[in-house]
Design a protein around this ligand. Structure first.
Ligand code: GDP
Length: 324
């Protein structure tokens, strides 16, 4: 008699159908100095114009400008798969003459989303929680400096335990390949010295095919990604139209892996690691926040128990629950 089957093999299809129907939520933050090409890169990554309504302040206004947080949402559908992308932008970052503590609003914002999630999770309607937690932060580093500046280090230190950081070097067409490699190495060394944890790519499964393993290794080696963005599609002579930046000496193609790491970044962010970024946010970063909250409430001693975790603010709605 032929082997009989219960039918578990179809389980992945069920899960797949369910996820497709629900769609995917993803919240991406972009941070870094103004003018490093953040909005251009986002438009290039998601082939949309998320910044139509953006107004740039005059230089005099920027002297005293404080950092603000702006949220923009867009729904992208491709091949029947829906992704609800929320983009969190941080205009004004590093613009002011006095930048001390200018990153605090970002830290507050990230924690507020954790707090909201914790509140929702502890509420009655746990099934339909709107997840507004920041799943990833693309941090832009200048191609013109000599690595991370003090402001970069201060910002990254402040957020590295709260969000998945992916460092990128903006406007990488300003660098020759040799210079790009040297800058990347310098940044990697600085991150290590400063003990800043960036997003750790998971190891590739041993049963993946050789092509996938090669691409995965290539992607890991490119960090920090040196990227070029452009909102223009250019056509050079007979060649097919490409997204790029045309100069008098030639064209830099955004999607050409010999010109920059844009493709590696997009592949990683959209095709291969979106779900892992969400899982790390939930299992590691949010759990860390939650544990700190609960610890601060249950620690013995009347004063200590009232002290909030790390910086701040443990949601007060937890108090009655823990007291009873
Ligand atoms: P943001 O302030 O960081 O959002 O920067 P924008 O995306 O607004 O870009 C600022 C300026 O830099 C604009 O004039 C862009 O056309 C230009 N730009 C954007 N991306 C690149 C890039 O990859 N290379 C170069 N050379 N210029 C860029």
């Amino acid at each position: 008699m032929d082997k009989e089957y219960v039918g578990f093999a179809a389980l992945p299809n069920q899960l797949h159908r369910k996820s497709v129907k629900k769609g995917f939520d993803f919240t991406l933050m972009v941070a870094g100095e103004s003018g490093l090409g953040k909005s251009t890169l986002i438009n290039s990554l998601f082939l949309t114009n998320l910044y139509e309504d953006r107004q740039l302040p005059a230089a005099s206004a920027r002297l005293t400008q404080t950092l603000t947080i702006e949220r923009r949402g867009v729904e992208i559908e491709e091949g029947g798969i829906k992704v609800k992308l929320t983009l969190v932008d941080t205009p004004g970052f590093g613009d002011s003459v006095d930048c001390s503590d200018c990153w605090l609003p970002v830290v507050h914002f990230i924690e507020e989303q954790f707090e909201q999630y914790l509140r929702d999770e502890s509420g009655l309607n746990r099934k339909n929680i709107q997840d507004s937690r920041v799943h990833c932060c693309l941090y832009f580093i200048s191609p013109f400096g000599r690595g991370l500046r003090p402001l970069d280090v201060a910002f990254l230190r402040a957020v590295h335990e709260k969000v998945n950081i992916i460092p990128v070097i903006g406007k990488a067409d300003a660098l020759m390949p040799k210079e790009a490699q040297a800058l990347k190495q310098k940044i990697r060394d600085q991150l290590k010295e400063e003990e800043i944890n960036i997003y750790q790519f998971p190891d590739c499964d041993s049963d993946e095919d050789e092509d996938f393993k090669r691409q995965d290794a290539e992607m890991k080696e490119s960090i920090p990604f040196a990227v070029v963005g452009s909102c223009e599609v250019v056509r050079d002579g007979e060649t097919r139209p490409v997204r790029g930046r045309r100069y008098s000496w030639g064209t830099v193609e955004v999607e050409n892996p010999h010109h920059c790491d844009f493709l590696n970044l997009r592949r990683m962010l959209v095709q291969t690691h979106l779900q892992d970024l969400k899982e790390v946010t939930h299992d590691l970063l949010y759990e860390g926040y939650r544990a700190r909250c609960l610890q601060s409430l249950t620690r013995p001693g009347p004063r200590a128990s009232r002290r909030a975790p790390r910086r701040s603010r443990c949601p007060c709605f937890l108090w009655p629950r823990l007291r009873s």
